[in-house]
Design a protein around this ligand. Sequence first.
Ligand code: SAJ
Length: 431
Amino acid sequence: MVSDAELNVVMMGLGYIGLPTAAVIARSGARVLGIDVNAQVVETVNSGRVHIEEIDLDGLVSGVVARGMLRAATLIEPADVFVIAVPTPFDADHAPNIGYVLQAATNIAAVLKAGDTVILESTSPVGTTDKVAELLARLRPDLKVPGHCTGTADIAVAYCPERVLPGRILVELIDNDRVIGGVTPRCARKALQFYRRFVRGACVTTSARAAEMTKLTENAFRDVNIAFANELSVLADGMGIDVWEVIRLANRHPRVNILAPGPGVGGHCIAVDPWFLVHGDPANSRLIRTARHVNDDKIAYTIGRAEGLIDSLPGAPVACLGLAFKANIDDFRESPALKVAAHLAQRYGSRVRIVEPHAAELPGDFAGTAATLIDIDEAIETCPIFIVLVDHDVFKSVPLDERAGKLVYDTRGIWPDQPRATLAVELRKAG
Ligand code: SAJ
């Protein structure tokens, strides 16, 4: 690989993963060109600003752009390493759509030269990296592509999944271990050299297919475990038992570690990636598919429980706490909290007051409803009913004396000291 000072890297896609990764690589001393189809994003990054919220990202991007280490464009240029971090959504029938990955690979093929490394980071169905190599071989018959040539290949093709947690991206990009899968072992070694530049965690090499499955496995593992917690919460509700107490007690067992139930699973990873495994082998992925359904169904269940509580106090204002897909972030995409709150706003109109410190105004989902956005202080003053949908720190810190008399449906278990008589589960038992 070329020396540090000369290394040129192209990042395909400047989204939630691509932009922070590009900035971290630029900080490590490589010159990075970020490519995005959205001209607005390109302009924002080139002016040293960010279009996504992530802790400390603004300062990092403005610094590396000011030093000339990171710039953005819509058109690709030659480089030494190409990293693909574009979306891999699923279609209506949950079939993975790798169209953006193949388009990125097509663009890379146009500028590829001997000695280059192509790395896919997007979460992808097993076999996608092989398809990228196959495409490069077809588009560039002048190059010896791994898996499609004899002797030493001219380029390297590898898969290295991103594993960072929104809200901790910059820390986890450096500290997390990385799984690096090569189309051939030599490809993995080439990609390993690249990640060692900026990763402090261990970098482990394997095959591209094993690395692809590892990524899907990580998110499916979490989905299945959250589904267990969500199923427990429904069972406990039916028996008039506080599920949070049961989980706290069960987790005292040295080999039990139950995750947290909630209003459903949101975001763009955990609720999507397990389908890639299911789609690959539907007959043998019964548990993973069922977990997806359990988590998706929790949204409708939460709405039903919330309606029961709201109807118990006709006409009273209702505070819905949180819209984000999880705590302390401003990301509302695929958020179960937003779906529940928007449904309640449709049904109960001006009775519904939304508290979301990460929103300046209500999202479009509330258009046509009479719901309003208020702050937590106003909610405490005016609302006798609280539906807790997100465990933002600011909600957790509301002291008991300010909520003692409220009727509470706490889907996130943020207030363990809430008097039982005011909890939705207790009211249901009584009713
Ligand atoms: N959730 C629960 N209960 C829990 C944990 C989470 O209901 O005990 C919910 C959250 O509220 C949220 C959803 O699950 O709605 C997902 O949140 P998350 O924090 O579990 O995960 P993400 O989607 O923010 O990030 C995940 C991470 N994967 C794993 O932890 C295995 C991250 O490391 C990945 O990089 C990311 O997916 C990704 O990009 O794939």
